[in-house]
Design a protein around this ligand. Structure first.
Ligand SMILES: Cc1cc2nc3c(=O)[nH]c(=O)nc-3n(C[C@H](O)[C@H](O)[C@H](O)COP(=O)(O)OP(=O)(O)OC[C@H]3O[C@@H](n4cnc5c(N)ncnc54)[C@H](O)[C@@H]3O)c2cc1C
Length: 401
């Protein structure tokens, strides 16, 4: 077979694929990254938790984008459901658990540019701007067929190719999940009043409505609602949109001005039945899709990238086969609890907002009430949110691979 041969081939040049590429190539593993040329610009932002920031810093990425990020020092949840059993307002303050900030919010375009620049500086990484068309898994290798170029063979393929993952299909891995009757509308905005580094998540009857700080007098917005409602709001002119958002946010940021560019994302929840088989591992949204509640999705994906990279580097150091079935097994086991617990929490919280079932609203209300009033519980939840006990790969602890 003509074509390139490497140790690991990664499919997908989103944040998860780029992070895995940097971690592996930075540790000297011959890696190829198959990345489809960039499509329409992504106006979303990502709230990166402190451990994700530590990993990006360790990989030499954070230094390239930290000036574009805003710290998240306080997080507020406000019950705006207007229901009988409403929850208390809950405040989480990073100083309560000895942190300066829970993490940082950054526009995806800056994060991707920093990852891309770092990746291109690594000698062990081959960038292939092409689309993967087929993935053939054999006993001793995996081959990625490209739309334009020659195929790439490797001992292991990492599928970081997003929610419609070709790699997942090629490995015959099924998923479990469901679509929600919700769409997330996203855009950024400037405002008159300062955000004081505080993100605010309003819980409404149609889903969360979240304002997250950006540097200066700017914030990003994620508005989750019924698809028709999201489409109606997305079609408003600038003035009407500003009034709608000021009303929904109870003017906490004063007068606002929406910036150009609006995104719409149909929501669902999905988890792959297996995160890896011999010769192929899944990472990021190829492995799990979560609703944007509590800012978990990409943070989980970065932990996938850190974990698979750590296992591959260790196997290589011991002279082992990085695509072997036992490595796949260990990866699946290492990620299962972290992904399942966060998916369950996000699903329950989201469904409790949509549900008219009084006991479920009561449980959510009670949970938030207890969090606000019982300090040790609140602090335990904050610590778990930032640094999950089930998964702390080396990069997340600031240790190089
Ligand atoms: C509204 C919204 C807000 C969010 N906010 C947050 C947040 O605050 N914090 C957080 O942690 N997460 C957040 N998330 C989740 C986060 O955006 C995703 O987890 C993250 O983008 C997934 O990254 P990824 O690299 O796995 O996939 P993607 O970003 O989808 O990247 C996949 C890449 O693979 C490429 N690709 C696909 N198929 C092929 C192929 N055949 N060949 C070559 N390339 C291919 C695609 O072009 C793409 O570049 C949010 C999500 C939404 C919808």
């Amino acid at each position: 077979m003509s074509g390139k041969s490497v140790e690991v081939v990664i499919v997908g040049g989103g944040p998860v694929g780029l992070m895995a590429a940097i971690a592996l190539a930075g540790a000297g593993i011959e890696t190829a990254l198959v990345a489809r040329p960039a499509g329409a610009p992504d106006n979303r932002t990502t709230a990166l938790l402190a451990t994700s920031v530590t990993a990006l810093d360790t990989l030499g990425v954070w230094q390239r984008c930290r000036d574009d990020a805003a710290p998240l020092r306080v997080m507020r949840i406000i019950d705006d459901t207007g229901r009988l059993l409403r929850a208390a307002e809950v405040h989480f303050d990073a100083t309560e658990i000895g942190l300066d900030a829970f993490g940082y919010n950054i526009e995806n375009r800056f994060l991707l540019a920093a990852l891309d620049a770092r990746a291109r500086a690594l000698a062990a990484l081959t960038f292939i701007e092409d689309q993967a068309q087929a993935v053939a898994i054999e006993d001793s290798r995996v081959t990625v067929e490209l739309e334009h170029g020659s195929p790439v063979a490797a001992r292991l393929a990492i599928g970081a190719d997003g929610r419609q993952s070709l790699c997942r299909q090629a490995a015959g891995i099924a998923t479990e999940g469901r679509h929600y009757p919700q769409t997330a509308l996203t855009f950024n905005l400037s405002h008159r009043r300062p955000h004081h580094d505080c993100s605010t998540e309003f819980h409404t009857q149609t889903g969360p409505f979240t304002l997250v700080p950006l540097p200066g007098l700017r914030s990003s917005l994620v508005l989750v609602g019924a698809p028709e409602e999201a489409a109606r709001i997305a079609a408003l002119d600038e003035q009407e949109l500003a009034s709608e958002i000021e009303r929904r946010s109870h003017s906490i940021l004063g007068k606002i001005a929406p910036e150009p560019g609006r995104g719409a994302f149909p929501l669902g929840i999905e988890t792959a039945r297996r995160f890896a088989v011999a010769r192929l591992a899944l990472a990021g949204e190829a492995a799990h899709l979560l609703p944007p509640i509590g800012a978990q999705g990409l943070n989980l994906g970065l932990r996938d990238a850190a974990t698979i990279s750590e296992l591959v580097v260790a196997a290589r150091r011991d002279g082992g086969d990085v695509g072997a079935a036992d490595l796949a097994e260990r990866y699946d086991r290492s990620r299962r609890a972290d992904v399942t617990s966060r998916a369950l929490a996000a699903d329950l919280l989201n469904r409790s907002l949509l549900s008219d079932f009084l006991p479920l609203q009561g449980v959510r209300g009670l949970g938030l009430f207890l969090m606000e009033h019982i300090g040790p519980l609140r602090r335990a939840i904050m610590r778990e949110g930032v640094a999950p006990a089930a998964a702390e790969p080396r990069l997340m602890r600031g240790e190089a691979l």
